[in-house]
Structure formats: C-alpha cells, structure tokens
Design a protein around this ligand. Sequence first.
Ligand code: UT7
Length: 332
Amino acid sequence: MSKITAAITAVGGYVPDYVLTNKILETMVDTNDEWITARTGIKERRILKDKDKGTSFLAIQAANDLLQKSNVDPKEIDMVIMATATPDMPVAATSAYVATQIGAENAFSYDLMAACSSFLFGMSTAASYIESGKYKKIILIGADKMSSIIDYKDRTTCIIFGDGAGAVLFEPNEEGLGIQDEILRTDGNGRQSLKIDAGGSLLPPSNETIANNQHVVFQDGKTVFKFAVTRMADVSEKILERNNLTGDDIQWLVPHQANNRIIDATSRRMNLPNEKVMKNIYKYGNTTSATLPLCLHDYEKKLKKGDKLVFAAFGGGFSWGSIYLTWAYDSK
Ligand code: UT7
C-alpha cells in the first residue's frame, strides 16, 4: 500500500480594512518611513480596530473564505487547528468557537501556540493526522490580532506587527503530493529575547504587572535577528540538500514575513532569485501565525500542480523550521 500524503487543497485569507501606514506611525512614535522601510521592508500593516472583536473574528473570515472558494461542506471537516499567539481568552480554545461559527459541527479542535512558528508546526500536526489515515479533512488556521498585545508607544515593536488570518485545508493525496519533509526545532534559551512577561502562570496579571507594562510584546530585536537570519537559512538549505534539490528545482520559497533582510538571507542561501520568493511584508507587516497562509492566499493563482515549495519560519521560544511541500492543484 502506498503511503498517504497530506496535501493542501484549498486556501483562504482575511485582513482587516484599517491600514496603519509608516506615515501614521511617524505621528505616534519617534520613527520614520525611511528607517522602517530600510530595516524591515514594511510600508503598512492592517489593524482590527473593533474593540469587541478578537482573533476569532479574523480566523472565521479566513476559514469562511476557504469554505466558499472550495465548496467544501463544513459538516465534513474532521478537525480545526488554530495556530495563534493571541487567543481570544487564555482558557476556552479559540478554535472551538471558530469551528462552531463556521459550521464545522462534526469537528474537534484545539489551539496550537509556538509564536511565529505556530503555523509551520501546525502544518506538521495536521499532516500527521492525515497521513495516519485517521482524519480526511483538517482546516489549519493561522490568525493573530497582534495589535492586542503591542505597545503603540514602543517604536521597536509597534512598527513591525499587524493583524490578519489565513487558512488552508489538508486532505489525503493519492499522487504523492503534499508534505514531503520537515525540519522543526526549538531552543528555550531564547525565551527572554522575545516574550510577554506577564499574564501566564509564572507572573499572573496584577496591578503591578499592568503598572510595569508587562502585558505587551518585548523583543530584543538584534539577538532575535541574529538567530533568525542563520537558523532559518540553515534549515532551508538543509532541507534542499537532504532531498537532493537545488534552488533551480524549487518554484517558491514561502518565508515567515518578519523582516525583508531575513527573507533575503534565506533565499540567497537557497540560491533562489527574488521572483521565486513570496513576499507581502510590505503591506501586512509581521502577522505572526498568519504570515505563511496569507502568502499562499496572495500567490495562490500563480501556483501550479507539482510546484515545489519550501516553507520557512522563525519565532519566539526560540522556534524555527522548514517544510518541503509539493503543490496539489492548479488554481482556477
Ligand atoms: O517574527 C518573530 C521573529 N522576529 C524577528 O525575526 C525580528 C528580528 N529583528 C529585526 O527584524 C530587527 O532587529 C528590527 C527590525 C527589530 C530592528 O532592526 P535593527 O537593524 O536590528 O535595529 P537595532 O535594533 O539595532 O536599532 C538600530 C538603531 C538604534 O539606534 P542607535 O542605538 O543606533 O542610536 C535604535 O534605537 O535604530 C533605532 N531604532 C529606530 N529608529 C527609528 C529602533 N527602532 C526604531 C524605529 N525607528 N522604529
């Protein structure tokens, strides 16, 4: 019996309407468009302004977009995995609410948290369930309302992040298409470099943590940059090597959109020209768990059956990795 492979068979995406440009940020913190563009590649990002809407809202829009485009009956969905760093609430999985709202009434669901690597690690999780033969239709959503955990007085973080969501459907494939290989890693020594100090079990919320501004993202950008730029490139180069591939064989790099310079370093190590690199950082910034599926959403029409894609991500933890996947359909 041939091995079941797990293929992506549909894609959806959503970003909120409000556009936070570099020019607007210039009025909020001591920064400027030139610095942000040169250091990160970001020109604007989307923000979910509605105070009464959480990450679930973004996720529901992306999943509904996927269901509409693919004509899949939500009752056939076995499982909904939600990759996120910003769940609606600390307890009561956001994915459960999302699954019910999209009509996936026969599914079970859970949230998966690994900072900016959440979606990449979620791909491995979803694929393993499919490959085992246990489930046939799994929606993996990457969604984050980063604006809910960003300090808009901190110029080192507020210029980077944005809100958004993307979703993919994983199904079994009989032609060997889909996920081929993965290299996934974590290193807990990095946890002080990219974190939110308070609100967890180690430092529960208190008047003190609020007064100390400990509920927002802190990033030691330089340290994270150094790790990200080498680790993401290392695993992407290695996954090519061990699958006997060179840059010429690859049609697309799907990189986490954290910094244009990190993306370029990774594509250089893989010998990939710019035209083979998915980029939307300039218009969305870093949407954390949503960067990879939003890339697929934006580039879906260019993808062809059999195309070889390498996904790469790096995030808090530290966490990072690379996945090699062959695309399973021609977009209509
Ligand atoms: O997605 C999760 C993983 N995260 C990442 O991969 C992010 C990795 N890190 C980065 O992308 C970059 O480190 C940043 C974009 C965050 C920062 O870029 P950088 O080139 O590493 O800048 P830096 O932190 O070394 O700061 C350089 C200078 C400093 O001034 P001095 O000390 O040289 O006078 C900063 O104070 O730029 C200053 N600076 C700013 N200036 C204008 C820092 N932020 C800003 C700003 N506008 N927004």
